[in-house]
Design a binder for this molecule. Structure first.
Ligand code: AMP
Ligand code: ZN
Length: 483
């Protein structure tokens, strides 16, 4: 399997640290608001990675943090804690909004068939781990105290900007527009590991530490939570592309400084979901949620299908027109699966199934090319193999795609069959005279079906004597009054 590695800027063959096992760390949501569908694009594409690793047989352990403290309005350590901002907005406590939005996040994930990570750990539950690692960083000379805060000293590293070819001038937080310079920092790129002094005194959650009462910086949280559950060598770390700098860059700096060796082998970054006016973002205040899509009548899985139609390393433009097109395609796909004639006792053609599966794997082995995987799915429907084999392939692919394909198709087929049965039920006229004729016609048809031709003729004769003439046509028997 080949994966694009943002750290090396190359597509690389995936080789895990331990044969047969894969450890994956995912930056979790900052739970001060609902996740928007841009955030969820990232989690859908990471879910494909997780599911595909399991599909090919790896024993996967996936860990996700919940950011419930320390993520400031600017990723560069300035501004207000996002959680506090959310709590003030809703006049609730930080822990109340953390719980509420964490639950909402996982409810959205469930609707989108995003697997729950094996381990989920909120930052506020790991304070001791952060303190321990920060102490070690100070001891090793990688961190310093200034103005009451603890900073990571980026000048101690031989390489800091891992993910891109920008210069430190381009990226240094201190020179970015709208971000105040922190005069405590020895180097512009240095970042906070532990805050004791900040501009706002009303930080709700604070803990004792060797450096005074305070709270952790956002970056140290992910390093520590990943190491706590997945050890010193991580296979894959994922996140949205905005996390590459400074968040992931800082994670690498502090983790490798702490460990004294390479930490994570592969970095997967999902490109953004954009709208016409740019990146969808929570802080802009106006954003689209799964609930909003549902309230407009969209099936969340149609949004998943929309996301799978493009590669994770391309930014994706969201518009309702684009989503509508995806809905049409998704519904057509389900209808085509529903139309497959299921034959009782039909056997799966194993060779044909293996060939279809090989195409599916080829697509996903190629840096998780989900749109080619969807093409492989259409090719199943087009193939000349029998229904049992097609259904087996669809079921198999759907363990990764997670589009509810067979369930939705079977529900549609059932609904169609019920509608057809309803349409086939004979309805009689309200006029008792006409109803008697219609019932006699049905009785004659039943007699004919039972090969009781004498009875059928008797009924025809009886009607004739009442002045009713029957005519048998290919679509049934019609009647008329004798002229
Ligand atoms: P946050 O809750 O802001 O910490 O973000 C959660 C995840 O969503 C992170 O992995 C971000 O990189 C990612 N993300 C943020 N905005 C977008 C977007 N517009 N499109 C895709 N992913 C995003
Ligand atoms: Zn993170």
């Amino acid at each position: 399997m080949y994966l694009y590695n943002t750290a090396t800027h190359k597509r690389e063959e995936f080789v895990p640290n331990e044969p047969g096992k894969v450890s994956i760390y995912t930056c979790g949501p900052t739970v001060y608001h609902y996740a928007h569908i841009g955030n969820l694009r990232t989690y859908i594409m990471e879910d494909i990675l997780d599911r595909y690793m399991r599909y090919v047989g790896y024993d996967v352990t996936r860990v996700m943090n919940i950011t419930d403290v320390g993520h400031l309005s600017s990723d560069g350590d300035t501004g207000e804690d996002k959680m506090l901002k959310g709590a003030k907005r809703e006049k609730k406590t930080v822990m109340e909004i953390a719980k509420y939005y964490t639950d909402c996040f996982f409810a959205d994930c469930e609707k989108l068939n995003i697997r729950r990570p094996d381990i989920i750990d909120p930052a506020t539950a790991c304070i001791d781990d952060f303190i321990r690692v920060i102490e070690a960083l100070i001891e090793k000379g990688f961190a310093y105290e200034a103005g009451g805060n603890i900073y990571f000293d980026t000048s101690k590293l031989s390489a800091y900007y891992i993910f891109n070819d920008f210069t430190s001038e381009d990226l240094a937080v201190g020179v970015r527009e709208g971000v105040e310079e922190d005069s405590n920092k020895r180097n512009k790129a240095d970042f906070v590991l532990w805050f004791t002094k900040s501009k706002f005194e009303d930080q709700e959650l604070k803990w004792n530490s060797p450096w005074g009462i305070g709270y952790p910086g956002w970056h140290i949280e992910c390093s520590c939570i990943a190491m706590k559950h997945l050890g010193e060598r991580l296979d894959i770390h994922c996140g949205g592309i905005d996390n590459a700098f400074p968040h992931h860059t800082n994670e690498i700096a502090q983790s490798e400084a702490y460990l004294g060796h390479k930490w994570c082998n592969y970095w997967m970054h999902v490109l953004h979901l954009n709208t016409d006016s740019g990146k969808m973002s929570k802080s802009k205040g106006e954003f689209l949620t799964v609930s909003l899509l549902e309230s407009k009548g969209y099936d969340p899985l149609a949004y998943r299908f929309f996301c799978l139609g493009s590669h994770y390393r391309r930014s994706l433009v969201f518009s309702f027109e684009n989503l509508d097109n995806a809905v049409v395609s998704y519904n057509k796909l389900i209808a085509r699966i529903a139309a497959l004639k299921v034959v009782e006792g039909e056997e799966i053609d194993q060779d044909a199934l293996d060939a279809l599966k090989a195409k599916f794997r080829e697509a996903l082995d190629n840096d998780l090319n989900t749109s080619l995987a969807i093409t492989a799915l259409y090719n199943v429907l087009k193939s000349s193999t029998n229904t049992a084999t097609k259904r087996a392939a669809i079921k198999d692919f759907d363990t990764v795609l997670a589009l509810n394909l067979l369930n939705a198709a079977d529900a549609l087929a059932k609904q169609k069959a019920e509608e057809a049965a309803k349409a086939a039920v004979r309805t009689y006229s309200d006029d008792p005279e006409i109803r008697a004729i219609e019932e006699a016609i049905d009785a004659r048809a039943a007699a004919k079906k039972a090969k009781n031709y004498a009875e059928a003729d008797r009924i025809r004769q009886e009607l004739l004597e009442k002045g009713i003439v029957l005519t048998d046509t290919s679509s049934g028997t019609t009647w008329a009054k004798k002229a």
